[in-house]
Design a protein around this ligand. Structure first.
Ligand SMILES: [Zn+2]
Length: 370
């Protein structure tokens, strides 16, 4: 294994794991939540603010950056770390998920996907080799294999997509050249335990330094997601990090950690902030609500984030009503802090052997929320 991407397991409790994933841009303490910077920016906050929140890993989207401003331009300006001024680890996805979800029309064949840009309608093509080439130009620490995410309930579709995902994963391994990047494979298989089992075994056999679980949190039930995580958990190698893609609500993070997941990413904290919603451990609050009009309390009284240390719910509601940009920034700071702190607390609970108490308290608090 490439020593630059060693994963050290520090402690485990049942299936939950506390670890350290080493990368050329620093250590990632797991379990970790990665904020998403779709366009090479985590919306409405500066890198300095993200740093103050204690964020380590940040995600950027290959599809978006390939279409605009272009991977070659980013490479010429020193790669993503320099371009977006983030000196900690970065992960780029393969572009596949956006091609299938955002592009107006896409045509898939065994070699790759031809698609129309959602920006200007121009035609483009992604193959495993092209995706890896773009990700090498972008220069993230962790890059993802090009995969096909199928509708979770369609068995025939999932069988075809899984076979393609496996063939493409092998081509990504051959195409990937940069030794300062870790290429992760992606397990697919919809909501079908036998497909998930088969996919996890195949992806594990390719010897990636980390493995991702894709095609979940895309419309299946929570029970189905948990069942798939449990199937995959026992197949994937324990000595490598596991990354559950696109998951980020507090309860989903905890349920993922309880089923052996180490890394998560999601647009949820930044997207909710732009829709005036605060994430708390007991549920969501929409600050536009008139009940907060003269409320002097912070969003969460025990929260140590900058927003809660300084500002009232009434002030946040005023900013939202007045359509001030600061509303999104302050809510984003709180939301990202909430998820990062939850992961820090989870990690400490695993290290202390106190995970049962921690999760029991968390789910009891959730049930008592309004
Ligand atoms: Zn806060």
């Amino acid at each position: 294994m490439n020593p630059r991407f060693q994963f050290d397991l520090i402690a485990t409790q049942k299936r939950a794991r506390a670890g350290i994933f080493h990368t050329p841009h620093g250590d990632i303490l797991t379990p970790i939540f990665a904020p998403v910077g779709t366009q090479a920016t985590v919306k409405s906050v500066t890198p300095a603010q993200l740093q103050d929140l204690g964020a380590t890993l940040v995600l950027a989207n290959t599809y978006h950056l390939y279409l605009r401003p272009g991977a070659e331009l980013v490479a010429n300006l020193g790669g993503l770390h320099d371009f977006m001024q983030w000196s900690n680890p970065i992960l780029t996805d393969s572009g596949g998920f956006q091609v299938f979800s955002l592009s107006e029309s896409n045509k898939i064949d065994e070699d790759g996907v031809t698609f129309k840009s959602h920006i200007d309608g121009s035609m483009h093509r992604l193959t495993p080799e092209i995706s890896i080439g773009i990700q090498e130009q972008l220069g993230a620490d962790i890059v993802m294999a090009f995969d096909e995410c199928a509708p979770p309930q369609d068995r025939a579709y999932n069988e075809r997509a899984m076979a393609r995902t496996h063939a493409w994963a092998e081509r990504c391994v051959l195409a990937h050249k940069r030794p300062d990047q870790a290429l992760f494979g992606i397990v697919q298989g919809g909501v079908f335990p036998d497909l998930r089992q088969q996919s996890a075994a195949f992806i594990a056999s390719l010897g990636f330094p980390g493995n991702a679980i894709g095609g979940l949190s895309v419309g299946e039930s929570k029970a189905e997601m948990h069942a798939m995580l449990e199937v995959v958990d026992v197949v994937l190698p324990e000595e490598k990090p596991r990354y559950l893609m696109g998951v980020g609500s507090p309860e989903d993070l905890i349920n993922g950690v309880l089923r052996g997941v180490d890394i998560f990413d999601c647009v949820l904290p930044t997207r909710l902030a732009r829709h005036h919603a605060a994430i708390t451990r007991t549920g969501r609050m929409n600050l536009v609500n008139s009940t907060y009009q003269a409320d002097a309390k912070p969003i969460v009284e025990s929260c140590t984030c900058y927003t809660c240390q300084h500002f009232s719910r009434a002030y946040l509601r005023h900013l939202i009503i007045a359509k001030e940009m600061l509303a999104a920034t302050l809510l984003t700071l709180h939301n990202i802090h909430t998820l990062l702190q939850l992961m820090r607390d989870l990690r400490q609970a695993i290290v202390d052997g106190a995970l049962d108490t921690f999760t029991a308290q968390f789910f009891a608090d959730q049930e008592q929320s309004p």
